[in-house]
Write a protein that binds this ligand. Structure first.
Ligand code: C2E
Ligand code: MG
Ligand code: MG
Length: 684
């Protein structure tokens, strides 16, 4: 720090003597030989201490210092003069213009000590001013009491926080601010600390004038006199209610999903960890359901994120409604939810619970006037048998979920140790599938369809099978997904289409001349610009008239990117090919779109047909679809018909065509031929 000393004297030899005295003592020296010159120096320099002669021609020392006080109140001002001048400057001293009066002639050591002390004085005043500034302006409340906790002073921030003006509290005891939230023991501990360490810091609830209680962060210090006796207490505190609210909010955010307000993965994992320990102690099980919505992505793609978000919230609500006290539900992100059932005794209860949950999710969601059908796949894992750490248990549930999706979705699967290979299996499938196409391992099976009115077989659906050298017949649900992901579906689809058309022509030639063949197209194939040409070429090559070919597209595939699909379907239709919407009811077809699509058939999804006699909702849905389709002049095909009861229900409600195990499983071509021969000659 620079310590600037200004020396003023009109007598040059005195000035020089003083300069010699103060030189090399750590001061920065300024000298002036008149009051005017001194004021000029003060204006352009920062000066801490002024030492001036009293008697000078135009301006006396005390005059100079009284001006300096006004202009530079922070300076420490001293006069060095002859004894006879005392009277003249007493008044100036009393008014505070002059800090000290020193006598000429002086004692060198004494003068040095006095100047030194003047600089110390300057530092102290500065600190004092700083303190006052802090005291007045700080956002922290300050409260000063005597040794009996009678309030002596408070600062403006105290008033802001507590609502009390200083006049209202001075002389009162601090107990005025007690919240009533703490017991005697709490205060006793504070006093113990204050008596032992002289300070206490912590969070404490206080009461505002309004009666509102609030948390504050409080620091109390005991002030002692030279004998060590406490004379005062100083309390420094800040209102932490905002901070506490933020903290709570932060904690909440860290543990919750912002969209649905459900617990998130973090909270779920913590609950799961506890639940596993609890289950082990009680010889029970903790069960985890990992729920994935089947058609969420399609909804999001076709209707936009905003509707997608609403759907996710609605799903959360519906899932929550199913839970019991103690269960946890969380959103893991995307369209994945988890449910934790702690302390499970009987796995039959879990089965029932999962089935109910699936049924809940099969019911339509009505959002922005759209009826959305989404459904879900669920993977289930059980602790401690499948794992004990949250990570492991969730991983197992994920493997089970993967399996559930592989099995055609809308279903649930319990984890089994063999499932760990799923990911590996996908890679194997991909490699094998490439070879399968070259080696002709792809076969097409045919499942007959019957018109209910006439009881005649009117056609069949072509269903692909993979005749794997070591695995035997592999179901399309295992490899269609992989084929789609890898683009192999294009080549595969061509093989199937050509095979189906060729065999149908063959059957026509054999006398079954009215058979229609339905071939499934996957969404990826739509994107293939050569598809239309290829279909024409295949029809030509195999000699099948277009009206005997039916293309099946799933509802969700059509609704995805609907505008460009409509165009594509119109062209197909123009070629004379028939169109069916597959798995109807599982998507979210809006009627307005359906009207614009040039389709001929709706195939009701088998999940509804399956429950038609068991579940009022499915029954109603099937009836509605039939009525609606007829209103649009479409024919209805029910797939997955397995029982006579189902068939009767469908017949009763006017369904046109059925397909399913009740009539026949999908058959190899040879078996299908036999089937047809028998159905023509039932006795034969
Ligand atoms: P999809 O087109 O809805 O086919 C109907 C599925 O239901 C077939 O399964 C069929 O075997 C099965 N099914 C028929 N009747 C019954 C019944 O009474 N009960 C039960 N539980 N199931 C019945 P599959 O053959 O395993 O085919 C599954 C799915 O794979 C098909 O569903 C279709 O989406 C796809 N797929 C099959 N073949 C092809 C194909 O050549 N190309 C494409 N892109 N997808 C295909
Ligand atoms: Mg189909
Ligand atoms: Mg289907």
């Amino acid at each position: 720090m620079r310590r600037t000393l200004l020396i003023v004297d009109d007598e040059p030899h005195i000035l020089n003597t003083l300069i010699r005295l103060f030189r090399n003592r750590g001061f920065y020296l300024l000298t002036a030989s008149s009051g005017e010159e001194a004021l000029r120096l003060l204006a352009s320099n920062e000066v801490e201490v002024i030492l001036t002669d009293q008697r000078m021609p135009n301006m006396t020392g005390s005059e100079l210092l009284s001006r300096a006080k006004v202009l530079y109140p922070g300076t420490v001002r001293m006069v060095l003069s002859g004894y006879s001048d005392v009277e003249a400057i007493t008044d100036a001293i009393n008014r505070g213009n002059i800090y000290k009066f020193l006598l000429k002639p002086w004692d060198n050591d004494l003068l040095l000590a006095n100047v030194q002390e003047a600089f110390d004085r300057f530092d102290l005043t500065q600190k004092g001013e700083q303190f006052t500034k802090i005291y007045e302006n700080t956002v922290e409340g300050i409260i000063i009491t005597d040794q009996n906790t009678l309030i002596q002073a408070v600062n403006p921030a105290f008033s802001n926080i507590t609502g009390y003006q200083s006049a209202e509290v001075i002389g009162k005891k601090t107990s005025l601010l007690k919240s009533g939230k703490h017991d005697e023991n709490f205060y006793r501990l504070i006093w113990e600390r204050l008596n032992e360490d002289g300070k206490w810091t912590g969070e404490i609830w206080s009461k505002r004038k309004s009666g509102e209680i609030y948390p504050e962060w409080l620091n109390i210090t005991a002030i002692r006199d030279d004998q060590g006796k406490v004379t005062q207490y100083v309390g420094l505190f800040s209102d932490v209610s905002e901070h506490k609210r933020n903290e709570e909010r932060l904690h909440y955010l860290a543990y919750h999903d912002a969209l649905t307000d459900l617990p998130n993965r973090l909270m779920f994992s913590e609950h799961l960890e506890l639940a596993v320990r609890q289950a082990e102690r009680n010889h029970k099980k903790a069960v985890v359901l990992l729920i994935d919505l089947d058609r969420f992505k399609n909804v999001n793609d076709s209707f936009g994120m905003e509707l997608g978000d609403k759907l996710l919230i609605a799903v959360a609500e519906r899932l929550k409604a199913r839970l019991h006290k103690g269960d946890t539900i969380a959103r893991m992100g995307g369209d994945e939810y988890t449910v934790l059932l702690p302390l499970v005794d009987d796995m039959n209860d879990v089965n029932l619970f999962v089935e109910q949950m699936m049924a809940d999710l099969r019911k339509p969601f009505s959002i922005n006037e759209n009826e959305l059908f989404i459904g879900a796949s669920i993977g289930v894992s059980v602790a401690p048998q499948d794992g004990v750490t949250p990570d492991d248990i969730l991983k197992k549930a994920d493997s089970a979920l993967y399996k559930a999706k592989e099995m055609g979705r809308n279903t649930f699967v319990f984890f089994a140790p063999s499932m760990n290979e799923s990911a590996v299996e996908r890679t194997i499938i991909e490699n094998d599938l490439r070879r399968a196409l070259e080696r002709g391992e792809i076969e097409v099976f045919y499942q007959p369809k019957q018109r209910l009115e006439t009881n005649t077989v009117i056609g069949m659906e072509a269903l692909v099978r993979w005749n794997h050298p070591s695995r035997g017949l592999v179901s399309p649900s295992v490899f269609i997904g992989v084929a789609e992901d890898t683009g192999l579906i294009i080549a595969l689809g061509k093989i199937i289409l050509e095979e189906a058309c060729r065999k149908t022509s063959e059957l026509h030639a054999k006398g079954f001349s009215n058979l229609h063949v339905a071939v499934n197209l996957s969404a990826v194939q739509f994107k293939d610009e050569y598809l239309l040409d290829e279909i024409s070429v295949i029809l030509d090559k195999t000699g099948l008239a277009p009206r005997f070919l039916e293309i099946e597209i799933t509802e969700s595939a059509v609704m995805h990117d609907i505008e460009s699909n409509i165009e594509f379907l119109v062209v197909l239709k123009r070629l004379g090919i028939n169109l069916a919407i597959d798995d109807f009811g599982t998507g979210y077809s809006s009627l307005s779109y359906l009207k614009r699509l040039p389709v001929d058939f709706l195939k009701i999804d088998q999940s509804f047909v399956r429950d038609v006699n068991a579940d009022l909702h499915s029954a109603e849905l099937v009836r509605t679809i039939i009525a609606m389709a007829h209103g649009l002049k479409l024919e209805v095909i029910a797939e997955g018909v397995e029982t006579l009861d189902q068939l009767e229900f469908l017949r009763h409600h006017g369904c046109d065509i059925i397909q399913g195990y009740y009539l026949s499983r999908p058959l190899s071509f040879a078996d299908f031929e036999t089937f047809m021969t028998k159905s023509l000659n039932p006795e034969g």
